[in-house]
Design a protein around this ligand. Sequence first.
Ligand SMILES: *Cc1c(COP(=O)(O)O)cnc(C)c1O
Length: 397
Amino acid sequence: MRDLAILGAEPAFPEALHVGRPNLGDRERFVQRVEDIFDRRWLTNNGPYVQGFERLVAERCGVRECIATCNGTIALELLIRGVGMEGEVIVPSYTFVATAHALQWQGIRPVFCDVDPATHTLDPARVEELITPNTTGIVGVHLWGNACDTTALEAVGRKHGIPVIFDASHAFGCRHQGRPIGGFGAGEVFSFHATKVLNCFEGGAILTDDQELAEKLRLMRNFGFESKDNVVYLGSNGKMSEVSAAMGLTSLESVDEFVGINRRNFELYREELRGLTGVRLLEPLHPEGFNYHYVVLEIEGAELSRDQMVQVLEAENVLARRYFFPGVHNMEPYRSLQPMAGLPLPQTARLSDIVMTLPTGTSVGKSEIEVIASIMRAALCRPEQVAEALAVPSGDA
Ligand SMILES: *Cc1c(COP(=O)(O)O)cnc(C)c1O
């Protein structure tokens, strides 16, 4: 049985192992593209790399239009405005805070809805209960890459005459109902932030089959300029730079390899964690169409709590993360603006207490996973000792 750092041993890893360490792709290919950008002196404003990146992303997703942006949050803001949402919009609280901020930033009230405990995505039955005369839309989140129940959500949308869009920030490379994510609802948004499976340093994209909407979004992305001196629309600056697109193209060339590594890691974790009471690995809805970018555990009914387990791992330099703690409705400004928002969210409250994610991606391999699992196993074998060590305030030990 291994010794634990929390009980005084040396940490298992001399350097921190992070959740969300970027996957880099081929450095040579990226540098070649940057040289090319310098030669051409076309740095931004819908350059050739952005156009090429948009074309490839659209093709890969089987969607007509891709509008690349400087990040996923701006992409959400543009799409929300582009489909005409205002007043109130239904959104999960169990998500990254940007999903709600993209609404609140433009004066739209996020109405927080509970999620399905099996998939961690919006529960369509709960959505229906929250519809009021002020509801103008639904924003679903394909959390961890698991698709929302798009059929049920779109049916609710149709019934009430409101658009449904999806925050697909986690879901590049995932499939649903036999086709790629990207083509569901009125539009979908990807994030290509450095920590996501496909990365542009910072970046995002809106995908839609609606060409009229795409036209509007392209104007909004560029201050509303239709031509040189002609502004025809309220716009912002959501443009993706050439260097980000160069990174995106480089990342696209390796994304299948990244997914392969993630999948191998996921299967190793499953093997190594098997039989640990109270430790449940979240399985994908569609194993063959999944990017395995997050290794998600639910720690429930175990001898140690999720928070204790995270602390045990942190002491070993494994920077496991609590997700999405404490739930968006418990963060400002929502906590002050909507103090009662947590009442109808029992699953959100439960999940934000029990969910954690483990490191994966190209910087994690078999030996790291074996060690991480052995740490968890060792801690669960001596829960009293671990709990006692954790109860000592730091500095007094
Ligand atoms: C990363 C993320 C975003 C924000 O994307 P950025 O590109 O970082 O702006 C939005 N929603 C979810 C669910 C995310 O994980």
